[in-house]
Design a protein around this ligand. Structure first.
Ligand SMILES: [Ca+2]
Ligand SMILES: [Ca+2]
Ligand SMILES: [Ca+2]
Ligand SMILES: [Ca+2]
Length: 416
């Protein structure tokens, strides 16, 4: 049977196409056609609209206590919901009920630091339960806490390495096997080192590979700037510091990688490689850890054909960008930046320390002259020594998770 609206629609169609098209009629036509579409098609349409609409973030405060400078996410209790882990605690989703992982200590935002810096979850002992991996104060130990599988009491701590240097030591897939490794300086020897987590439950040890010579830049406790990216585009991710990069060999377990000097700017936090100006070579993005500036370092060639780096300012809106994430926030296929102020990073001695602890995302428009559009998310949180960007509410939109001296926060992405 013909739908009663079909003839009306037909008339509108005829009128619209055979007389002049007015915007009003076109709108009416779209509305009418939309009304007649099967429900599942409408649902798809609504879903698509949701993903391209205006972006906002809903803030959730897990605690306003200073417990950590870094944070991790993962389903701790296997109920299908992604929990948040920071310092001595895990916060159970969706109500963020606080549970102790280990004995808490008291930290003061204006007197010092915590013992929990860049953090990550992974199943270290391969028993099917996510464990908590925590890099401590720069130059000190990295530890993994064993998930007790719902049993009461604190989690058992195991030391991975006693002296992990570089303030952006963190978790990267160095050997490309799909699992994160720990990468940082061995500050006892001054060697850039990566630690591969156990591959068998029978032998829970981390395999250590020093990729640099002793006393290399980037490996001291307070070295600033570290990243992983394929600088020479041979398909193997290389290790970046602000003084240059180590070229990954065919076998990443081989020690002493070749180092290439490069001037990749001032002391910074996380570093990322990407072809921002779309000229075929890899450029680098970084942000000042304690002072002012977010930059991209454009790769160019000198007269001899050797790589050279021209640094361009992206933003100087706020200082202390000690955590930088590189992720596609608006789902347009281009990785955006998420950063903010690491509130009271030097207890009042850094420039701009008393300014509001803002959190921003910068929307990338790549091209010959790439641009980044700043979007303010919040002005009372900021970032820690890293910022986690992951879809933790499982709606395919990237959320932002932060722990720092202001507390622990989840920013859930919403689309209009
Ligand atoms: Ca486990
Ligand atoms: Ca490479
Ligand atoms: Ca380029
Ligand atoms: Ca994007």
């Amino acid at each position: 049977m013909k739908h009663p609206l079909a003839s009306t629609l037909n008339q509108i169609l005829r009128k619209s196409f055979f007389s002049n098209l007015s915007m009003y009629r076109l709108g009416l036509l779209i509305l009418t056609v939309g009304w007649l579409l099967p429900v599942n098609l409408l649902a798809q349409k609504a879903n698509k609209t949701k993903k391209t609409g205006a972006i906002s973030f809903t803030k959730q405060v897990l605690t306003e206590e200073f417990i950590a400078e870094g944070v991790a996410v993962g389903d701790v209790n296997k109920d299908g919901k992604v929990d948040v882990l920071a310092g001595a605690y895990w916060f159970e989703a969706p109500k963020w009920q606080k549970h102790e992982i280990t004995q808490p200590e008291k930290f003061f935002y204006d007197k010092g630091y915590s013992n929990a810096f860049v953090s990550q979850t992974m199943d270290v002992n391969l028993d099917g339960w996510l464990d908590f991996v925590r890099i401590g104060f720069p130059g000190k130990e990295a530890v993994w806490f064993e998930n007790p599988k719902q049993k009461a009491g604190h989690w058992t701590a195991h030391t991975i390495h006693a002296t992990v240097g570089n303030e952006s030591a963190g978790f990267f897939d160095v050997d490309g096997d799909g699992k994160l490794d720990l990468l940082g300086g061995n500050s006892a020897t001054g060697q850039m080192t990566w630690f591969k987590p156990p591959v068998s439950a029978a032998n829970v040890t981390w395999q250590q590979t020093a990729i640099s010579k002793e006393k290399s830049p980037g490996s001291e406790p307070f070295s600033h700037g570290l990243g992983l990216g394929d600088m020479n585009q041979d398909g193997r991710p290389d290790v970046l510091i602000k003084e240059g990069w180590w070229e990954a060999p065919a076998n990443p377990l081989q020690p002493d990688w070749t180092f290439h000097l490069a001037n990749l700017g001032d002391a910074c936090s996380q570093m990322y490689a990407y072809d921002f100006d779309k000229d075929g070579d890899q450029d680098v993005v970084s942000a000042s850890a304690h002072a002012l500036g977010i930059w991209w370092h454009e790769q160019v060639r000198n007269e001899q054909g050797a790589p050279q780096w021209n640094t361009h300012l992206i933003s100087d809106k706020f200082t202390q960008t000690h955590g930088l994430s590189f992720t596609d926030i608006n789902s347009d296929g281009y990785p955006d930046l998420v950063t903010g102020k690491r509130y009271f990073a030097h207890m009042g001695k850094d420039p701009g320390e008393y300014e509001p602890p803002v959190l921003y995302w910068f929307e990338l428009k790549p091209g010959k002259n790439p641009t980044w559009i700043p979007h303010l998310i919040d002005d009372s949180s900021g970032v820690g020594v890293h910022v986690v960007t992951q879809d933790i509410t499982q709606d395919k939109l990237t959320d932002i998770i932060v722990a720092n001296k202001k507390g622990v926060f989840v920013f859930k992405q919403e689309r209009k």
